[in-house]
Design a protein around this ligand. Structure first.
Ligand SMILES: [Zn+2]
Length: 265
C-alpha cells in the first residue's frame, strides 16, 4: 500500500468526483494521502477534508505563488489550523524564482516567517523550491527546521547535504519524463529511508497520462521507477516510503487514535 505524501484534492479539478476518488483510494492501493492546502484561500478546505476522511492528512501553509496578498493575521490563521490533530505540517511553503508571481524579497520574507512558525510549533515543513535551490537550502538550515523538499529538483549533491541534516526528498511523476536525469541520479545516491513519493495531483501526471488529471493511484508509477533504480521490489518502496512519511509527519500515534475513534463510532 502506498502513502501519497503530496496531493491537492481540494483543487476544483476534483469537484466533479472528489468523493469517488477518495472512496476508491484503498482499492487503488493507496492507504493514505497528505493534502497540502494551496492556494492559501483553500487551506481551511484541506483541513476540513482531513477531518472528514480517515485516510486524509493535511498541511497548511502559503505557497510562494500566493504570498503577494499575505498579511500578518494570516500567520495567526495558519497557527489555528495547525491545532487540528490531523494537520501535520506547514506547507507547501518556499521560493519560486521560475514564475515569480511575487517579488523575490516578498517571497523570502513570508517564507522565513512561516519557517519561524514551523520551528516554534515544532512542525515539519514541506518545501516548494523552483529554481531557488541555494536560497531554500540556506533558509531551512538557518531556521533549523526539519521536513521534505517536495518534487525534488536539485542536484544529487544538494540532496546529500539535505539528508545529512535529516531532510527528506520527495519525488513525483516527473521521474517518468524524459530529461529527469537529475532526479534519477539523486534517487540512486540517497538512502531509501530518506525518500518520499507523491503525485502532486491534479498536476504532474506520470507517463503515459501526462495530458490527464493526475490522481493518487498514479503514485505507483513513481514507486516503480524508484524500485527499478534501487533494484528492490515496488512493495519494498511502498513500505519504506510510507514508513518515512509516518516518521517525518509523526502520524503513527495519530493513526492509532484515528482507528480508535472509528471503533468508538
Ligand atoms: Zn503541490
Amino acid at each position: 500500500m502506498f502513502f501519497d505524501s503530496h496531493v491537492h484534492l481540494d483543487d476544483p479539478q476534483f469537484d466533479v468526483d472528489r468523493e469517488d476518488v477518495l472512496n476508491r483510494l484503498t482499492e487503488n492501493g493507496v492507504d493514505g494521502v497528505l493534502n497540502a492546502g494551496a492556494p492559501w484561500t483553500r487551506m481551511d478546505r484541506a483541513v476540513e477534508l482531513a477531518d472528514c476522511w480517515p485516510m486524509v492528512w493535511a498541511a497548511a501553509g502559503v505557497h510562494p505563488g500566493d504570498v503577494k496578498k499575505m498579511r500578518r493575521e494570516d500567520l495567526d490563521r495558519l497557527e489555528l489550523l495547525t491545532r487540528h490533530p490531523k494537520c501535520v505540517a506547514i506547507g507547501e511553503i518556499g521560493l519560486d524564482y521560475h514564475y515569480l508571481n511575487s517579488e523575490k524579497d516578498t517571497q523570502r520574507y513570508w517564507f522565513y516567517q512561516q519557517l519561524m512558525l514551523a520551528k516554534e510549533l515544532d512542525l515539519p515543513v514541506i518545501i516548494h523550491d523552483r529554481d531557488a535551490h541555494q536560497d531554500c537550502l540556506d533558509a531551512v538550515f538557518r531556521y533549523g527546521v526539519r521536513g521534505v523538499f517536495h518534487c525534488y529538483s536539485g542536484s544529487a549533491e544538494m540532496a546529500k547535504e539535505l539528508v545529512r541534516h535529516g531532510f527528506y526528498c520527495s519525488f513525483t511523476g516527473v521521474v517518468t519524463y524524459q530529461g529527469a536525469r537529475r532526479a534519477l541520479e539523486t534517487i540512486a545516491q540517497i538512502p531509501l529511508e530518506r525518500i518520499l513519493i507523491e503525485t502532486d495531483c491534479p498536476y504532474l501526471a506520470p507517463v503515459p497520462w501526462q495530458k490527464k488529471r493526475n490522481e493518487p493511484k498514479n503514485v505507483a508509477a513513481v514507486a516503480k521507477v524508484i524500485a527499478g533504480i534501487r533494484g528492490v521490489s515496488v512493495e519494498k518502496v511502498a513500505e519504506v516510503t510510507a514508513q518515512n512519511a509516518m516518521c517525518l509527519f509523526q502520524m503513527d500515534k495519530l493513526w492509532q487514535n484515528n482507528e480508535h475513534d472509528e471503533t468508538k463510532k
